[in-house]
Design a binder for this molecule. Structure first.
Ligand SMILES: Cc1cc2nc3c(=O)[nH]c(=O)nc-3n(C[C@H](O)[C@H](O)[C@H](O)COP(=O)(O)OP(=O)(O)OC[C@H]3O[C@@H](n4cnc5c(N)ncnc54)[C@H](O)[C@@H]3O)c2cc1C
Length: 466
C-alpha cells in the first residue's frame, strides 16, 4: 500500500530548466521523445530542457509484430526497442503514473521500488505528454477473468504461443477424450486486427507443428473465431473482410459472426448461438478502452474516456498538456463528415507523435503550431505464413502478395535499424531452416525445478504445462 510520497528533483518552477514529462513508452511516447531529442538538442545540451519518460517497461513494443512473435517467426527481444539505449538524451523512469494533478503540474509515479517501500514519487513538470495507450476492454462475462488472456503485450503473445504448444503436448499424452477435446479447442473472441491476426498465425503454426506429433492432426484441432458484428477486419474494408472470412473457413476455422461469448466457466465456452465448447484457451481481443490513468487526472475526457485533444494535439482548453495515440480523441481534419476522430492505430500514433514533438518545440519558442492531418491509407494483415490480406491506397491484395506487403511495410515501420536488421535476419534464417516449434513455458516458472529439489512445494509446473 502506498503510505508516503517523495518529491522528485527540483520543482521546475524554481529552475530555468523546462521539464517535459511523457507518460507512456509506446508508439507515441517513443516517437515524441525521439522528436524532442532532435528538436531540443541545443536546449538539452545547455540543461535548459529535460525530457522524462515514464513507462512500466523499459522497452517499446512494436505491436503489429505480436502475431508473428506468437507464431515464432520473430523472437520476443526483436520486436521490442530498448528505451534507454534509443533515448539517450532522456531520463527513462520504469514505473507507472497513477494520478495526475495538472493544476499543480504534478504526476504521481509508482516505481518498482514502491512495492518494497510503499512510497510513490511526485514528479513535477512544465509540459505533459499523455500517451498511455489503451487496455483490453473486457465485459463481466462469467469465467473470463479466470480463464481469458489478452493479446496486447509481448508477454501475452509469447505466453499464448507456449500455451498452444503445451495444449498439443497435453492432447498428445492423454486418452481422455474430454481433456483432449478441451486442449485442442481454441476460442478467439473479437474479429479485429489483433484477434484475426493472432488466430491466423497461431493456427498456421499449430498446423505446421502437428506434423511432429504422431497423434495430433490438424483436423483434430478446433479453432473458433467469435465476432459480435456481421464482419471481421473492418480495417481492410468490407470486400477484404468477406474474403478473410472465406479464407479462414477454407482453413477449417469456425468463424461465427453475430455471436457473443456468454460464459467460460469451468473450461466450457458458451456462445450466444447456443454452442458450447470444452476449451482451455479463450483469447479476448474484443476491443480496447483508454488507459485508466486518464480517469485519475483532472484533464477533460470525452464520453468514451479518451483525452479531448485539438487537431494540434494539445489537450482541449488546457495549457501545457498534450495527447496523441490510442488514448487521445483527436479530430480527423481529413474526414468528410465533421466530428470524426482519428482511429486508434499505429499509423496515426506514429505520425501524431512527430507533430506533437514539433508542436511542443514550437510552443516553447513561441512559434505557431502545426495541425495534424493524415488521411488513413488502409491496412495490411497477416493470416499466417504466406497468407495475408491488404487494402492500401485503394488497392486490394490477397494471399502471398498481401503477406509480402505486410512484411515489407512493417519491416519499414519497426523503429531502429538494429531491429529491422534482426527481424530481417530471422526471417531469412527461418526460410533456410525449419520453423521453431518448441514451447518454453517453463521460463514462466524459473524457480520450479529448484523448489522441488529443495523439498518445497513447486509454485509452477517445471515442464511448463498448465
Ligand atoms: C496485436 C496488435 C496488432 C496491431 N496491428 C496493427 C497494425 O497492423 N497496424 C496499425 O496501424 N496498428 C496496429 N495495432 C495498433 C497499434 O499498435 C496501436 O494503435 C499503437 O501502438 C498505439 O500507440 P500508443 O502509443 O497510443 O499506445 P501503445 O503503443 O500501446 O503505448 C502505450 C504505452 O503506455 C504505457 N502505459 C500505460 N499506462 C501507463 C501509465 N499509467 N504510466 C506510464 N505508462 C503507461 C504502456 O505500457 C505502453 O508502453 C495493433 C495492436 C495490437 C495489439
Amino acid at each position: 500500500m502506498v503510505t508516503a510520497a517523495s518529491q522528485w528533483a527540483t520543482p521546475p518552477e524554481t529552475s530555468k530548466c523546462v521539464r517535459i514529462l511523457i507518460v507512456g513508452g509506446g508508439s507515441v511516447g517513443l516517437y515524441t521523445a525521439l522528436r524532442l531529442q532532435q528538436k531540443l538538442k541545443a536546449e538539452l545540451g545547455r540543461d535548459e530542457a529535460e525530457i522524462v519518460l515514464v513507462s512500466p517497461n523499459p522497452y517499446m513494443t512494436y505491436q503489429p509484430f505480436l502475431p508473428e512473435a506468437a507464431a515464432g517467426a520473430i523472437s520476443p527481444r526483436h520486436l521490442v526497442v530498448p528505451l534507454r539505449r534509443v533515448l539517450d538524451g532522456c531520463r527513462v523512469v520504469v514505473g507507472e503514473v497513477t494520478a495526475i494533478d495538472h493544476a499543480k503540474r504534478t504526476a504521481t509515479v509508482a516505481t518498482l521500488a514502491t512495492q518494497e517501500t510503499g512510497e510513490t514519487t511526485q514528479v513535477s513538470y512544465d509540459e505533459l505528454v499523455l500517451a498511455p495507450g489503451s487496455v483490453s476492454r473486457t465485459l463481466p462475462i462469467p469465467g473470463l477473468a479466470d480463464h481469458g488472456i489478452g493479446f496486447k503485450t509481448v508477454e501475452e503473445a509469447i505466453g499464448l504461443r507456449n500455451h498452444v504448444i503445451e495444449q498439443m503436448d497435453i492432447a498428445s499424452s492423454t486418452r481422455d477424450p474430454a481433456v483432449r477435446e478441451a486442449a485442442l479447442t481454441f476460442v478467439f473472441v473479437g474479429g479485429g486486427f489483433a484477434g484475426v491476426e493472432a488466430l491466423g498465425e497461431l493456427e498456421d503454426m499449430a498446423r505446421y507443428a502437428s506434423r511432429y506429433y504422431h497423434n495430433v492432426r490438424p483436423e483434430d484441432m478446433k479453432w473458433i473465431l467469435v465476432e459480435a458484428s456481421d464482419r471481421i477486419l473492418p480495417e481492410v474494408g468490407e470486400e477484404m473482410g468477406r474474403y478473410t472470412v472465406t479464407e479462414l473457413r477454407r482453413r477449417n476455422i469456425d468463424v461465427r459472426l453475430h455471436t457473443r461469448l456468454e460464459s467460460c466457466v469451468d473450461r466450457v465456452a458458451v456462445l450466444s448461438d447456443g454452442a458450447r465448447f470444452r476449451t482451455r484457451t479463450v483469447v479476448w481481443t474484443a476491443g480496447v478502452k483508454p488507459s485508466p490513468v486518464l480517469a485519475a487526472s483532472d484533464l477533460p475526457l470525452n464520453e468514451r474516456g479518451r483525452l479531448k485533444c485539438t487537431p494540434q494535439l494539445a489537450v482541449d482548453g488546457v495549457a501545457h498538456a498534450w495527447g496523441a495515440g490510442d488514448a487521445a480523441a483527436v479530430p480527423d481534419v481529413t474526414a468528410a463528415e465533421p466530428g470524426r476522430e482519428t482511429a486508434p492505430n499505429a499509423q496515426h500514433a506514429v505520425r501524431q507523435a512527430k507533430v506533437l514533438g514539433d508542436n511542443i518545440a514550437h510552443a516553447l519558442r513561441g512559434e505557431p503550431l502545426e495541425t495534424y492531418a493524415h488521411k488513413y491509407v488502409g491496412s495490411v494483415a497477416s493470416l499466417g505464413l504466406h497468407k495475408g490480406v491488404a487494402h492500401v491506397y485503394g488497392r486490394r491484395l490477397k494471399g502471398y502478395p498481401a503477406w509480402l506487403m505486410h512484411r515489407m511495410y512493417h519491416l519499414g515501420r519497426i523503429p531502429t535499424f538494429n531491429r529491422k536488421a534482426r527481424v530481417l535476419a530471422e526471417w531469412t534464417l527461418a526460410g533456410l531452416f525449419k520453423r521453431e516449434i518448441v514451447s518454453l513455458g517453463s521460463l514462466e516458472h524459473p524457480r520450479a525445478e529448484f523448489e522441488l529439489a529443495a523439498g518445497g512445494k513447486s509454485s509452477g509446473n517445471p515442464k511448463g504445462s498448465s
